[in-house]
Design a protein around this ligand. Structure first.
Ligand SMILES: Cc1cc2nc3c(=O)[nH]c(=O)nc-3n(C[C@H](O)[C@H](O)[C@H](O)COP(=O)(O)O)c2cc1C
Length: 359
């Protein structure tokens, strides 16, 4: 029996969100095709300006906004009736503008993490049909968001994504020294958030598990452990439709477990990535004496010192196929990638057709 997923006013046949993957790893093509197959597709808004026709090297924020709207329109060309949303990182300088642009561009939901999205309801007040979905890694973070939203905006989340710092890709919401220690329990956190919403607010909205879901067994495990759906990132990178360069996808296929590790991002958060080339990633900007090019993050060590690297440009280089100095974010399951498949094949494996007919 396949359970559908309803978030706010929007429903999809399958309980799956394709995780937002910044700097054009999940652009229109991936998000549109996931939505076409019956999941929720997310365009990640981080760094969209860089590889867009709107960017002239000086107008990062204006280009970012326009590129996001373009990307949403292109995604809807692929899946006109699909549920397509935007992943917005609280940590980016133009967070407020990105959220408003996402609403203008027709996003049906905003999924928001890398910080607590405390003011999200204020930004979307003119768009009541847009569902609001915070990403958290603890019950405490869910409590803080709910209390603030209820007090200041008289609303509560339409769903919550619980992201596991031990397995998810990209920036992680946990102190680096606690990651991988075995202290974190992903599904205890999922159930804790569910209980909190029910007991404190009498609210039954989907709680979605993100991190470490690769195949059908993982999906079934997540649902059996109390999640209402899953958010998957890494698995969707190795699809034809993923918007990253083919060599980015090939790096997943070629990597082994030991190649996956943690880096400290200039954003002040740990991040999971392929770490073999991390010295070249860091050294490049030092050698070229490049300073913060666009001010894209609210808090960034790169703005104040030259000891690290510009993360948005490093991610952009990887997305465009520079495997030497590009930063390749990935989840802990990247080593499982064996081939490039299509989004449709991923859905058919996760939700076998026979089971769909029976439901
Ligand atoms: C390449 C890559 C980029 C990511 N970028 C973002 C991002 O921009 N914003 C965000 O909230 N999460 C980001 N994530 C996290 C995913 O959205 C997702 O929650 C997580 O990777 C799920 O775990 P999985 O990769 O094991 O499926 C990224 C993950 C990957 C692999």
């Amino acid at each position: 029996m396949v359970e559908s997923l309803t978030i706010g006013r929007h429903s999809v046949p399958f309980p799956i969100i394709q995780g937002g993957m910044g700097v054009r790893v999940s652009g229109s093509r991936l998000a549109g095709n996931v939505a076409k197959c019956g999941g929720i597709g997310l365009v990640a808004c981080a760094g969209l300006a860089l590889n867009s026709e709107h960017y002239n090297g000086k107008n990062f924020f204006a280009a970012d906004r326009q590129a996001l709207i373009d990307e949403l329109h292109k995604a809807y060309e692929i899946a006109p009736e699909g549920v397509i949303g935007v992943n917005a990182m609280v940590a980016v300088s133009n967070y407020d503008e990105c959220v408003v642009a996402a609403c203008e561009g027709g996003a049906k939901l905003i999924v928001s993490g890398a910080g607590l999205p405390m003011n999200l309801p204020a930004l979307t007040a003119d768009y009541p049909e847009v569902a609001l979905v915070p990403i958290v890694s603890s019950v405490k973070a869910a409590e803080l968001i709910c209390r603030k939203w209820h007090k200041s905006y008289q609303c509560l989340p339409d769903a919550i994504v619980v992201e596991d710092p031990d397995t998810a890709g990209g920036h992680l919401g946990e102190k680096p020294e606690l990651i991988g220690t075995g202290q974190y329990d992903q599904y205890a956190t999922v159930r804790g958030v569910k209980n909190y919403l029910k007991e404190k607010w009498n609210l039954e909205v989907p709680v979605i598990a993100a991190g470490g879901v690769w195949d059908r067994a993982d999906l079934q495990h997540a649902l059996a452990q109390g999640a209402d759906g899953v958010q998957m990132g890494t698995r969707f990178v190795v699809t034809e439709e993923c918007d990253a360069d083919e060599s980015f996808k090939q790096a997943y296929i070629d990597c082994c477990k030991e190649d996956i590790g943690l880096i400290m991002s200039p954003a002040g958060l740990p991040g999971r990535a392929l770490i073999a080339n991390i010295e070249q990633v860091r050294q490049r900007d030092v050698d070229l004496d490049i300073r913060c090019p666009s001010g894209c993050l609210k808090k960034c060590a790169y703005k104040t010192g030259q000891e690290r690297f510009c993360i948005v440009h490093a991610l952009d280089r990887a997305q465009q196929g520079d495997m030497r100095t590009g930063l390749i974010f990935c989840g802990s399951n990247a080593w499982k990638a064996e081939r490039i498949s299509t989004v449709k094949e991923v859905f058919e494996e996760l939700f076998p057709v026979a089971e769909r007919n029976a439901s």
